[in-house]
Design a binder for this molecule. Structure first.
Ligand code: S3P
Length: 451
Protein backbone atom coordinates (compact mmCIF):
# COMPACT_ATOMS: atom_id res chain seq x y z
CA UNK A 1 0.00 0.00 0.00
CA UNK A 2 0.94 3.63 -0.41
CA UNK A 3 -0.15 6.91 1.13
CA UNK A 4 -0.18 9.83 -1.32
CA UNK A 5 0.13 13.37 0.04
CA UNK A 6 0.06 16.75 -1.63
CA UNK A 7 0.89 20.23 -0.39
CA UNK A 8 -1.60 21.55 2.18
CA UNK A 9 -3.69 24.64 1.53
CA UNK A 10 -4.07 27.05 4.47
CA UNK A 11 -4.58 25.08 7.68
CA UNK A 12 -7.39 26.30 9.95
CA UNK A 13 -8.98 23.38 11.64
CA UNK A 14 -10.25 21.91 14.89
CA UNK A 15 -9.78 18.23 15.68
CA UNK A 16 -9.63 15.66 18.45
CA UNK A 17 -7.15 12.79 18.54
CA UNK A 18 -7.60 9.14 19.59
CA UNK A 19 -6.87 7.94 23.12
CA UNK A 20 -3.40 7.94 24.65
CA UNK A 21 -1.44 4.80 23.79
CA UNK A 22 0.70 4.65 26.94
CA UNK A 23 -2.28 5.22 29.23
CA UNK A 24 -4.45 2.70 27.33
CA UNK A 25 -1.91 -0.12 27.85
CA UNK A 26 -1.54 0.66 31.55
CA UNK A 27 -5.25 1.12 32.23
CA UNK A 28 -6.07 -2.34 30.84
CA UNK A 29 -3.38 -4.06 32.89
CA UNK A 30 -4.16 -2.30 36.18
CA UNK A 31 -7.93 -2.76 35.74
CA UNK A 32 -7.34 -6.48 35.11
CA UNK A 33 -5.53 -6.78 38.45
CA UNK A 34 -8.24 -4.89 40.34
CA UNK A 35 -11.00 -6.26 42.53
CA UNK A 36 -13.92 -5.75 40.14
CA UNK A 37 -15.40 -4.26 36.99
CA UNK A 38 -13.76 -1.17 35.42
CA UNK A 39 -15.13 0.69 32.41
CA UNK A 40 -12.40 2.38 30.40
CA UNK A 41 -13.59 5.07 27.97
CA UNK A 42 -11.48 6.79 25.33
CA UNK A 43 -9.40 3.61 24.93
CA UNK A 44 -7.12 3.58 21.87
CA UNK A 45 -8.22 0.60 19.74
CA UNK A 46 -4.91 0.46 17.85
CA UNK A 47 -3.02 -2.72 17.00
CA UNK A 48 -0.47 -2.16 19.79
CA UNK A 49 -3.08 -1.69 22.49
CA UNK A 50 -5.17 -4.61 21.22
CA UNK A 51 -2.10 -6.82 21.72
CA UNK A 52 -2.21 -5.86 25.41
CA UNK A 53 -5.99 -6.51 25.57
CA UNK A 54 -5.60 -9.93 23.95
CA UNK A 55 -2.67 -10.78 26.21
CA UNK A 56 -4.77 -10.03 29.30
CA UNK A 57 -7.60 -12.15 27.85
CA UNK A 58 -5.10 -14.99 27.33
CA UNK A 59 -4.23 -14.63 31.04
CA UNK A 60 -7.85 -15.31 31.99
CA UNK A 61 -9.30 -11.79 32.19
CA UNK A 62 -12.72 -11.12 30.67
CA UNK A 63 -12.62 -7.90 28.65
CA UNK A 64 -15.66 -6.72 26.72
CA UNK A 65 -15.47 -4.08 23.99
CA UNK A 66 -19.04 -2.79 23.44
CA UNK A 67 -17.63 -0.13 21.13
CA UNK A 68 -14.12 0.37 19.77
CA UNK A 69 -13.12 2.96 22.38
CA UNK A 70 -14.87 1.43 25.41
CA UNK A 71 -13.61 -1.55 27.37
CA UNK A 72 -15.25 -3.28 30.30
CA UNK A 73 -12.46 -5.05 32.17
CA UNK A 74 -13.50 -7.61 34.78
CA UNK A 75 -10.68 -7.46 37.33
CA UNK A 76 -9.95 -10.78 39.03
CA UNK A 77 -8.20 -9.64 42.21
CA UNK A 78 -4.66 -10.16 40.89
CA UNK A 79 -5.40 -13.75 39.87
CA UNK A 80 -4.07 -14.57 36.41
CA UNK A 81 -4.14 -18.00 34.82
CA UNK A 82 -1.42 -19.67 32.76
CA UNK A 83 -1.88 -18.86 29.05
CA UNK A 84 -2.75 -21.88 26.84
CA UNK A 85 -0.19 -20.81 24.26
CA UNK A 86 2.46 -18.20 23.65
CA UNK A 87 1.40 -14.55 23.87
CA UNK A 88 1.93 -12.49 20.72
CA UNK A 89 3.02 -8.89 21.36
CA UNK A 90 3.17 -8.04 17.63
CA UNK A 91 5.26 -4.90 17.19
CA UNK A 92 4.36 -3.43 20.56
CA UNK A 93 7.42 -2.85 22.74
CA UNK A 94 5.22 -1.45 25.50
CA UNK A 95 3.14 -4.66 25.57
CA UNK A 96 6.21 -6.87 25.75
CA UNK A 97 8.10 -4.91 28.40
CA UNK A 98 5.11 -4.24 30.67
CA UNK A 99 3.99 -7.87 30.40
CA UNK A 100 7.50 -9.05 31.23
CA UNK A 101 7.13 -7.19 34.54
CA UNK A 102 3.64 -8.52 35.18
CA UNK A 103 4.54 -12.12 34.32
CA UNK A 104 7.69 -11.99 36.43
CA UNK A 105 5.29 -11.92 39.38
CA UNK A 106 3.40 -15.10 38.34
CA UNK A 107 4.38 -18.64 39.26
CA UNK A 108 3.38 -20.16 35.90
CA UNK A 109 5.58 -20.18 32.83
CA UNK A 110 4.77 -17.99 29.84
CA UNK A 111 6.37 -17.18 26.51
CA UNK A 112 6.18 -13.76 24.81
CA UNK A 113 6.71 -13.66 21.05
CA UNK A 114 7.04 -10.68 18.70
CA UNK A 115 6.94 -9.80 15.02
CA UNK A 116 10.17 -9.31 13.06
CA UNK A 117 10.58 -5.64 14.05
CA UNK A 118 10.12 -6.08 17.80
CA UNK A 119 12.24 -9.25 17.66
CA UNK A 120 15.25 -7.02 16.96
CA UNK A 121 14.72 -4.74 19.98
CA UNK A 122 16.68 -5.03 23.25
CA UNK A 123 15.04 -6.72 26.23
CA UNK A 124 18.07 -6.87 28.55
CA UNK A 125 16.89 -3.61 30.09
CA UNK A 126 13.92 -5.44 31.67
CA UNK A 127 15.44 -8.92 31.95
CA UNK A 128 18.34 -7.89 34.22
CA UNK A 129 16.32 -6.10 36.95
CA UNK A 130 13.45 -8.61 36.87
CA UNK A 131 15.95 -11.46 37.35
CA UNK A 132 17.49 -9.48 40.20
CA UNK A 133 14.01 -9.48 41.78
CA UNK A 134 13.99 -13.28 41.55
CA UNK A 135 12.30 -14.09 38.23
CA UNK A 136 13.80 -16.40 35.67
CA UNK A 137 13.67 -14.89 32.17
CA UNK A 138 15.40 -16.28 29.12
CA UNK A 139 15.63 -14.33 25.88
CA UNK A 140 15.59 -16.82 23.04
CA UNK A 141 16.78 -14.38 20.36
CA UNK A 142 20.37 -13.26 19.83
CA UNK A 143 21.72 -10.56 22.16
CA UNK A 144 18.82 -10.65 24.62
CA UNK A 145 16.06 -10.16 22.05
CA UNK A 146 12.58 -11.80 21.95
CA UNK A 147 10.99 -14.33 22.30
CA UNK A 148 11.05 -14.24 26.11
CA UNK A 149 10.42 -17.27 28.30
CA UNK A 150 9.37 -16.18 31.76
CA UNK A 151 8.92 -18.03 35.01
CA UNK A 152 8.32 -15.87 38.02
CA UNK A 153 6.82 -15.70 41.45
CA UNK A 154 8.35 -15.15 44.86
CA UNK A 155 9.88 -11.79 43.96
CA UNK A 156 11.67 -9.47 46.35
CA UNK A 157 11.60 -5.71 46.02
CA UNK A 158 14.79 -3.99 44.87
CA UNK A 159 16.18 -0.49 44.46
CA UNK A 160 17.12 -0.15 40.80
CA UNK A 161 18.77 2.64 38.81
CA UNK A 162 18.31 1.86 35.09
CA UNK A 163 21.05 3.17 32.81
CA UNK A 164 18.48 4.27 30.20
CA UNK A 165 15.61 6.64 30.89
CA UNK A 166 12.70 4.41 29.92
CA UNK A 167 9.08 4.53 31.06
CA UNK A 168 8.68 0.97 29.81
CA UNK A 169 11.41 -0.27 32.13
CA UNK A 170 10.00 1.74 35.04
CA UNK A 171 6.51 0.41 34.28
CA UNK A 172 7.70 -3.20 34.12
CA UNK A 173 9.46 -2.93 37.50
CA UNK A 174 6.53 -1.22 39.19
CA UNK A 175 4.16 -3.95 37.96
CA UNK A 176 6.53 -6.64 39.21
CA UNK A 177 6.81 -4.66 42.46
CA UNK A 178 3.09 -5.13 43.07
CA UNK A 179 3.77 -8.86 43.38
CA UNK A 180 7.04 -8.55 45.32
CA UNK A 181 7.87 -8.72 49.01
CA UNK A 182 8.82 -5.33 50.42
CA UNK A 183 9.20 -2.21 48.35
CA UNK A 184 10.48 -1.72 44.83
CA UNK A 185 12.12 1.59 43.93
CA UNK A 186 13.08 2.82 40.46
CA UNK A 187 15.50 5.72 40.37
CA UNK A 188 15.52 7.15 36.86
CA UNK A 189 18.54 8.86 35.27
CA UNK A 190 16.10 11.43 33.85
CA UNK A 191 12.34 11.65 34.46
CA UNK A 192 10.15 9.78 31.95
CA UNK A 193 6.38 9.75 31.44
CA UNK A 194 4.75 9.09 34.81
CA UNK A 195 1.51 7.37 33.76
CA UNK A 196 2.11 4.16 35.70
CA UNK A 197 2.56 6.03 38.97
CA UNK A 198 -0.45 8.27 38.27
CA UNK A 199 -2.64 5.30 37.39
CA UNK A 200 -1.47 3.45 40.50
CA UNK A 201 -2.53 6.33 42.70
CA UNK A 202 -5.88 6.62 40.87
CA UNK A 203 -6.50 2.90 41.47
CA UNK A 204 -5.45 3.41 45.14
CA UNK A 205 -2.15 1.55 44.96
CA UNK A 206 0.26 3.07 47.48
CA UNK A 207 3.40 4.63 46.00
CA UNK A 208 6.00 7.12 47.22
CA UNK A 209 7.73 9.65 45.03
CA UNK A 210 11.03 11.17 46.18
CA UNK A 211 13.98 13.19 44.93
CA UNK A 212 11.91 15.56 42.82
CA UNK A 213 10.13 12.76 40.96
CA UNK A 214 13.38 10.88 40.21
CA UNK A 215 12.70 7.92 42.54
CA UNK A 216 9.39 6.12 42.58
CA UNK A 217 8.55 3.36 45.02
CA UNK A 218 5.69 0.87 45.02
CA UNK A 219 4.86 -1.17 48.10
CA UNK A 220 4.43 -4.90 47.46
CA UNK A 221 1.40 -7.11 47.76
CA UNK A 222 -1.28 -4.53 46.92
CA UNK A 223 -4.49 -4.85 44.93
CA UNK A 224 -5.78 -2.02 42.72
CA UNK A 225 -9.28 -0.85 43.68
CA UNK A 226 -11.65 -1.14 40.70
CA UNK A 227 -12.95 2.12 39.18
CA UNK A 228 -13.85 3.61 35.82
CA UNK A 229 -11.42 5.75 33.88
CA UNK A 230 -11.57 8.14 30.90
CA UNK A 231 -8.42 8.13 28.80
CA UNK A 232 -7.47 11.51 27.27
CA UNK A 233 -6.34 12.05 23.65
CA UNK A 234 -2.73 11.21 22.82
CA UNK A 235 -0.45 14.26 22.61
CA UNK A 236 2.06 12.17 20.65
CA UNK A 237 -0.61 11.70 17.95
CA UNK A 238 -1.56 15.37 18.18
CA UNK A 239 2.13 16.23 17.61
CA UNK A 240 1.90 15.55 13.87
CA UNK A 241 -0.88 18.09 13.38
CA UNK A 242 0.64 20.58 15.83
CA UNK A 243 3.87 20.66 13.83
CA UNK A 244 1.95 20.98 10.55
CA UNK A 245 0.07 24.05 11.83
CA UNK A 246 3.14 25.53 13.55
CA UNK A 247 5.25 25.33 10.40
CA UNK A 248 2.71 27.04 8.16
CA UNK A 249 2.64 30.84 8.34
CA UNK A 250 -0.77 31.71 9.86
CA UNK A 251 -1.68 28.02 10.06
CA UNK A 252 -4.13 27.56 12.93
CA UNK A 253 -5.08 24.40 14.80
CA UNK A 254 -7.15 23.70 17.87
CA UNK A 255 -7.07 20.26 19.51
CA UNK A 256 -9.59 19.46 22.23
CA UNK A 257 -9.57 16.86 24.95
CA UNK A 258 -5.92 15.97 24.65
CA UNK A 259 -3.74 14.71 27.50
CA UNK A 260 -1.58 17.49 29.03
CA UNK A 261 0.49 15.51 31.53
CA UNK A 262 3.61 17.63 31.93
CA UNK A 263 5.91 14.65 31.37
CA UNK A 264 4.50 14.54 27.82
CA UNK A 265 4.20 18.17 26.74
CA UNK A 266 7.85 19.11 26.09
CA UNK A 267 6.94 19.33 22.39
CA UNK A 268 4.90 22.46 23.11
CA UNK A 269 7.94 24.15 24.69
CA UNK A 270 10.05 23.31 21.65
CA UNK A 271 7.48 24.70 19.21
CA UNK A 272 7.37 27.91 21.27
CA UNK A 273 11.16 28.15 21.15
CA UNK A 274 10.94 27.72 17.39
CA UNK A 275 8.71 30.81 17.32
CA UNK A 276 5.19 29.35 17.01
CA UNK A 277 2.35 30.72 19.11
CA UNK A 278 1.23 27.95 21.41
CA UNK A 279 -1.49 28.02 24.02
CA UNK A 280 -2.48 25.25 26.38
CA UNK A 281 -5.40 25.16 28.83
CA UNK A 282 -5.94 22.33 31.27
CA UNK A 283 -9.69 21.82 31.63
CA UNK A 284 -9.94 18.69 33.74
CA UNK A 285 -7.69 17.02 36.31
CA UNK A 286 -10.40 15.03 38.08
CA UNK A 287 -9.02 11.68 37.04
CA UNK A 288 -5.28 12.24 37.67
CA UNK A 289 -4.34 12.74 34.04
CA UNK A 290 -4.76 16.44 33.11
CA UNK A 291 -6.55 17.03 29.81
CA UNK A 292 -7.57 20.11 27.87
CA UNK A 293 -7.03 22.26 24.81
CA UNK A 294 -3.94 23.02 22.76
CA UNK A 295 -3.94 25.75 20.15
CA UNK A 296 -1.15 26.59 17.73
CA UNK A 297 -0.69 29.42 15.25
CA UNK A 298 2.08 29.00 12.70
CA UNK A 299 5.01 31.21 11.74
CA UNK A 300 8.22 30.73 9.76
CA UNK A 301 9.96 28.54 12.34
CA UNK A 302 13.44 29.11 13.80
CA UNK A 303 15.93 26.28 14.37
CA UNK A 304 16.50 25.01 17.90
CA UNK A 305 18.56 22.61 20.01
CA UNK A 306 16.95 19.57 21.67
CA UNK A 307 19.01 17.64 24.25
CA UNK A 308 19.28 16.73 27.92
CA UNK A 309 16.23 16.15 30.05
CA UNK A 310 13.86 17.22 27.29
CA UNK A 311 14.77 14.12 25.25
CA UNK A 312 12.91 11.41 27.23
CA UNK A 313 9.91 13.72 27.49
CA UNK A 314 9.50 14.06 23.73
CA UNK A 315 11.16 10.85 22.60
CA UNK A 316 8.23 9.86 20.35
CA UNK A 317 7.98 13.38 18.89
CA UNK A 318 11.57 13.55 17.61
CA UNK A 319 10.78 12.24 14.09
CA UNK A 320 8.12 14.92 13.52
CA UNK A 321 10.30 17.58 15.22
CA UNK A 322 13.06 16.66 12.76
CA UNK A 323 10.65 17.49 9.96
CA UNK A 324 9.95 20.79 11.75
CA UNK A 325 13.74 21.32 11.82
CA UNK A 326 13.97 20.85 8.05
CA UNK A 327 11.31 23.55 7.61
CA UNK A 328 12.90 25.94 10.15
CA UNK A 329 15.42 28.64 9.48
CA UNK A 330 18.92 27.59 10.68
CA UNK A 331 20.58 24.47 12.05
CA UNK A 332 18.39 22.31 14.30
CA UNK A 333 20.45 20.06 16.56
CA UNK A 334 19.16 16.90 18.30
CA UNK A 335 21.63 15.26 20.73
CA UNK A 336 21.66 12.65 23.50
CA UNK A 337 18.87 10.81 21.70
CA UNK A 338 20.64 7.49 21.00
CA UNK A 339 17.51 5.68 22.24
CA UNK A 340 16.00 6.58 18.86
CA UNK A 341 18.21 3.90 17.31
CA UNK A 342 16.30 1.12 19.12
CA UNK A 343 12.71 2.22 18.51
CA UNK A 344 10.37 0.63 15.93
CA UNK A 345 13.15 1.49 13.46
CA UNK A 346 16.53 3.18 13.80
CA UNK A 347 14.78 6.55 13.79
CA UNK A 348 17.98 8.58 13.37
CA UNK A 349 18.91 6.69 10.19
CA UNK A 350 15.30 6.60 8.93
CA UNK A 351 14.68 10.34 9.42
CA UNK A 352 18.05 11.29 7.86
CA UNK A 353 17.40 9.00 4.88
CA UNK A 354 13.91 10.33 4.19
CA UNK A 355 14.74 14.01 4.74
CA UNK A 356 17.62 13.67 2.26
CA UNK A 357 15.38 12.03 -0.36
CA UNK A 358 13.04 15.01 0.00
CA UNK A 359 15.88 17.50 -0.50
CA UNK A 360 17.07 18.46 3.01
CA UNK A 361 20.69 18.48 4.21
CA UNK A 362 21.17 16.36 7.34
CA UNK A 363 24.26 15.27 9.26
CA UNK A 364 23.71 12.02 11.13
CA UNK A 365 25.39 11.81 14.57
CA UNK A 366 25.70 8.77 16.83
CA UNK A 367 23.19 10.23 19.25
CA UNK A 368 21.11 12.50 17.03
CA UNK A 369 21.40 14.73 13.99
CA UNK A 370 21.91 18.20 12.62
CA UNK A 371 19.32 19.43 10.15
CA UNK A 372 19.93 22.43 7.95
CA UNK A 373 16.81 24.42 7.12
CA UNK A 374 14.79 25.80 5.60
CA UNK A 375 14.91 23.05 2.99
CA UNK A 376 12.88 23.40 -0.18
CA UNK A 377 11.28 19.97 0.22
CA UNK A 378 10.19 18.16 -2.91
CA UNK A 379 7.80 15.25 -3.18
CA UNK A 380 9.41 11.80 -3.30
CA UNK A 381 8.75 8.14 -2.64
CA UNK A 382 9.74 7.57 1.00
CA UNK A 383 9.84 4.26 2.89
CA UNK A 384 8.06 3.95 6.23
CA UNK A 385 10.69 1.51 7.56
CA UNK A 386 7.58 -0.24 8.98
CA UNK A 387 7.60 2.44 11.68
CA UNK A 388 4.30 4.23 12.35
CA UNK A 389 5.92 7.47 13.50
CA UNK A 390 8.23 7.63 10.48
CA UNK A 391 5.26 7.04 8.14
CA UNK A 392 3.22 9.83 9.81
CA UNK A 393 6.15 12.28 10.08
CA UNK A 394 6.81 12.00 6.36
CA UNK A 395 3.14 12.28 5.45
CA UNK A 396 3.32 15.66 7.25
CA UNK A 397 6.56 16.52 5.40
CA UNK A 398 4.54 15.88 2.24
CA UNK A 399 2.13 18.69 3.22
CA UNK A 400 5.09 21.09 2.78
CA UNK A 401 6.66 19.58 -0.34
CA UNK A 402 6.45 20.63 -3.95
CA UNK A 403 4.67 17.87 -5.91
CA UNK A 404 3.42 14.55 -4.61
CA UNK A 405 4.92 12.59 -1.70
CA UNK A 406 4.31 8.85 -1.55
CA UNK A 407 4.78 7.11 1.79
CA UNK A 408 5.35 3.42 1.16
CA UNK A 409 3.97 0.69 3.43
CA UNK A 410 1.93 3.01 5.67
CA UNK A 411 -0.10 0.13 7.24
CA UNK A 412 2.06 0.42 10.39
CA UNK A 413 0.23 3.69 11.20
CA UNK A 414 -2.56 1.50 12.63
CA UNK A 415 -0.25 0.51 15.48
CA UNK A 416 -0.81 3.87 17.17
CA UNK A 417 -3.17 6.03 15.12
CA UNK A 418 -6.14 4.39 13.39
CA UNK A 419 -7.88 7.14 11.40
CA UNK A 420 -4.73 9.19 10.69
CA UNK A 421 -5.37 9.14 6.93
CA UNK A 422 -8.88 10.58 7.37
CA UNK A 423 -7.53 13.59 9.29
CA UNK A 424 -4.76 13.95 6.72
CA UNK A 425 -7.41 14.25 4.01
CA UNK A 426 -9.04 17.09 5.96
CA UNK A 427 -5.67 18.86 6.04
CA UNK A 428 -5.28 18.62 2.27
CA UNK A 429 -8.89 19.52 1.54
CA UNK A 430 -9.32 23.27 1.07
CA UNK A 431 -13.02 23.08 2.06
CA UNK A 432 -12.24 23.33 5.75
CA UNK A 433 -13.95 24.52 8.84
CA UNK A 434 -13.13 28.08 9.91
CA UNK A 435 -12.88 28.25 13.69
CA UNK A 436 -12.93 31.08 16.15
CA UNK A 437 -9.99 31.70 18.46
CA UNK A 438 -10.70 30.86 22.11
CA UNK A 439 -8.98 33.00 24.71
CA UNK A 440 -6.76 30.67 26.70
CA UNK A 441 -3.61 31.33 28.73
CA UNK A 442 -0.27 31.70 26.95
CA UNK A 443 2.79 29.57 27.55
CA UNK A 444 6.29 30.94 28.07
CA UNK A 445 9.04 29.45 25.88
CA UNK A 446 11.19 26.77 27.55
CA UNK A 447 14.90 27.58 27.38
CA UNK A 448 17.25 25.19 25.59
CA UNK A 449 18.39 22.44 27.94
CA UNK A 450 22.11 22.52 28.85
CA UNK A 451 23.75 19.39 27.39
C1 S3P B 1 6.31 4.25 26.20
C2 S3P B 1 7.56 4.70 26.51
C3 S3P B 1 8.54 5.12 25.50
C4 S3P B 1 7.89 5.41 24.16
C5 S3P B 1 6.87 4.39 23.77
C6 S3P B 1 5.79 4.25 24.83
C7 S3P B 1 5.45 3.79 27.30
O1 S3P B 1 9.49 4.08 25.34
O2 S3P B 1 8.86 5.52 23.15
O3 S3P B 1 6.25 4.74 22.55
O4 S3P B 1 4.23 3.68 27.12
O5 S3P B 1 5.99 3.52 28.37
P1 S3P B 1 10.76 3.97 26.32
O6 S3P B 1 10.23 4.03 27.68
O7 S3P B 1 11.41 2.66 26.06
O8 S3P B 1 11.63 5.14 25.95
Amino acid sequence: MELRVKRAPRIDIEITVPGDKSISHRAVIIAALSNGECTLRGFLPSEDCMHTVNAMRALGIKIEQPEPTTLIVHGKKRVLTAPKKEINCGNSGTTMRLLAGLLAGQTFESRLVADAGLSRRPMDRVIAPLCEMGASIVAEGPEQTPPLRIRGGSLRGIHYSPSVASAQVKGALLLAGLFARGKTTVEEPLPTRNHMEKMFSYFLVRTAIEDEDAAITVFGDQMPESRDFDIPGDISSAAFWLVAAAAQRRGHLLIRDVGLNDTRTALLGVLLRMGAQVREAVEDVDQVEPRGIVEVTGVPLKATVIQGKEVPQLIDELPILSVAGALANGKTIIRQAEELRVKESDRIAAVAHNLRIMGARVAELNDGMEIYGPAPLHGARVPSFDDHRIAMAFAIAGLFAEGETIVQDPECIGESYPGFETVLEEFTNSKRMQISTPVIGSLAPTPVEEG
